[in-house]
Write a protein that binds this ligand. Structure first.
Ligand SMILES: Nc1ncnc2c1ncn2[C@@H]1O[C@H](COP(=O)(O)OP(=O)(O)OP(=O)(O)O)[C@@H](O)[C@H]1O
Length: 341
């Protein structure tokens, strides 16, 4: 019976690693366990009808290296032999990919599992610390990532191995707490009658907050995209955008604190995804940590738990590279997610 430390878990080099998002696909090739990954230009998924064509044109045609294995991280559940990607038209058909692109083995994992692998392996040069607390070595960690959606994963350390725990934590409920929340929550767009964390904590969620503020204040919204809300909020040129960013980091602090309690994440909470890196000045205001720590009766514990923004521009790829180099360090299940020629 195979075990987690089965040598069968390792894959033959060179290994193609890929982080496939809704908008962008990022690829690199690892020659061996010690080499730095050879990175390829980031591809727009919309530019290629299939992922196989993207890999052929964007990677294989640009190098003489022929990867023998591939490890791909994708948004969405991995079920069966046909993997439909959330937020993109691409479908991964591992058997066809093996035949068409010459791989011996293909493994597909969840994108936030890859972020969790990054949280286990990134050094301090790729992390921006927000507030106090210190990492307790070997303690559980949590990754929370507002981007196109809200991704969440836990990371549990046991038997000298890091176990990523992917899930659907972005869809937990979030409720009103302050007087202002009670004014705004009825104005937030719900999903089937409820306000989930993802309704507020992603690009679309930031717009949801911004529009509710404008409605409550009886003003016209000015910003039309999440990045405009961020820039007008950070330069304080639009009062509704200023409040939207303040509430966004407050809600993110609340949800991050809740998830830290669920996992007792004394190893830290790591903010991933496209948005956290762009709002670091707002996260450094006292609001985020105050909301994170405001967890009676456990505020004293929360104060000791550090929070970080992952600043590595290709964090998921770096997590995949760490796994590809030393799979035995990580308890990543291959069952139903690995295909061989
Ligand atoms: N400066 C910004 N402020 C707030 N939101 C932003 C900003 N820039 C981009 N966004 C929003 O972030 C989301 C994209 O997040 P992210 O970059 O994490 O993408 P993703 O989900 O990883 O997908 P992909 O990997 O395809 O890029 C979009 O909703 C976008 O509108």
């Amino acid at each position: 019976m195979p075990t987690l430390h089965d040598t069968d878990n390792s894959m033959a080099f060179p290994i193609l690693i890929g982080d496939i998002g809704g908008t962008n696909a990022r690829f690199a090739i690892l020659m061996d366990a010690n080499a730095e990954p050879k990175q390829f230009p980031i591809l727009a998924t919309a530019d290629f009808p299939t992922i196989d064509e993207a890999i052929q044109t964007g990677v294989l045609d640009k190098t003489s290296l022929q990867p023998r294995s591939a490890i791909l991280a994708v948004a969405g559940p991995i079920k069966g032999d046909l993997i439909d990607l959330t937020n993109s038209d691409w479908v991964i058909e591992p058997h066809a990919m093996i035949r068409g692109l010459g791989f011996e083995t293909i493994m597909v994992i969840n994108d936030f599992e890859a972020q969790a692998l990054a949280a286990a392996s990134l050094g301090p040069e790729h992390l921006e610390k927000i507030g106090g607390g210190e990492i307790r070595p070997g303690a559980s960690r949590v990754v929370v990532g507002p981007g196109t959606g809200l991704g969440v994963a836990g990371l549990v350390h046991a038997r000298h191995t890091w176990f990523p725990v992917p899930g659907e934590g972005g869809h937990i409920d979030i409720g009103p707490r302050t007087q202002r929340d009670y004014e705004l929550f009825p104005l937030y767009e719900p999903i089937e009658g409820r306000i989930s964390a993802e309704q507020l904590l992603c690009g679309r969620g930031l717009m949801n907050i911004y529009h509710a503020i404008a409605e409550a204040n009886g003003t016209e919204p000015v910003a039309t995209t999440p990045s405009e809300v961020t820039s007008h909020g950070l330069d304080r040129s639009d009062p509704a955008a200023v409040e939207a960013i303040e509430l966004f980091v407050t809600y993110l602090g609340r949800v991050a604190g809740d998830l830290a309690m669920v996992f007792m994440a004394r190893g830290g909470v790591f903010l991933a995804g496209g948005i956290a890196q762009k709002i670091i000045p707002a996260l450094n205001e006292p609001r985020f940590r105050a909301a994170f720590e405001d967890k009676a009766p456990h505020s004293a514990i929360l104060r000791t738990i550090p929070t970080f923004v992952i600043t590595h521009p290709l964090a998921a790829l770096s997590g995949l590279a760490a796994y590809a180099r030393t799979p035995a360090r990580f308890g990543v299940s291959t069952q139903g997610r690995r295909w061989k020629a």
